[in-house]
Design a binder for this molecule. Structure first.
Ligand code: S3P
Length: 175
């Protein structure tokens, strides 16, 4: 059987990559991989611990290694991290075997979803709203430039997954 191309979900923290991803995988008969979890299992520690003990630069290097490794597989739905596709070259690596889909969610919704977050190192700062706003302004043009499709992603995870399959011209598997 022909291997399916990977589907890479991209977008800001809180856009729904890790909730839409498993559904999309089930609906498209692919295997779900969360890139942060993949890095954590390779490193044997959490993303927060990697940031705290080795710093963001080291985390970005692990992220690039993860992109390389996962690009050698096929038939995956990959939830990238919010910074993965911001790093130069990762889009090219992932696109070798996959298509990149941006989950587009407006600032107000992201803020609402992220306001209680305690797990993301980049957000553990005062003035969280201002941090999200400036990071989003910086990143959104890059997300748009590196992705093959942009999907409005405020609806339910299932509706978003269906939208993605529709733009890709794939029929959802009935489960
Ligand atoms: C990051 C997003 C996180 C995680 C790390 C850095 C970022 O992933 O990779 O905390 O730079 O935006 P999620 O987008 O899954 O939260």
């Amino acid at each position: 059987m022909e291997e399916k191309r990977n589907l890479i979900l991209c977008g800001f923290m809180g856009c729904g990559k890790s909730t839409v991803g498993p559904l999309l995988a089930r609906m498209s008969s692919r295997r779900f991989v969360d890139m942060d979890s993949y890095i954590e299992s390779q490193a044997g520690k959490s993303v927060s611990a990697i940031f705290a003990e080795e710093g963001e630069t080291h985390f970005r290097a692990l992220e690039k290694e993860a992109c390389e490794a996962l690009s050698h597989e096929q038939g995956l739905v990959i939830a990238s991290g919010g910074g993965t596709l911001i790093q130069k070259g990762n889009d090219e690596i992932l696109r070798r075997t996959g298509v990149i889909v941006l989950l587009d969610v407006p600032f107000d919704t992201l803020l609402e979803r992220l306001k209680e977050d305690t797990s993301r190192p980049l957000l553990q700062k005062p003035e969280r709203g201002a941090v999200i706003q400036s990071l989003l302004a910086e990143r959104l043009p890059i997300y748009r430039a590196v992705s093959d499709y942009a999907i409005p992603a405020q609806e339910s995870p299932e509706a978003v997954a269906r939208r993605i399959l529709a733009v890709l011209g794939e029929a959802p598997r009935t489960c």
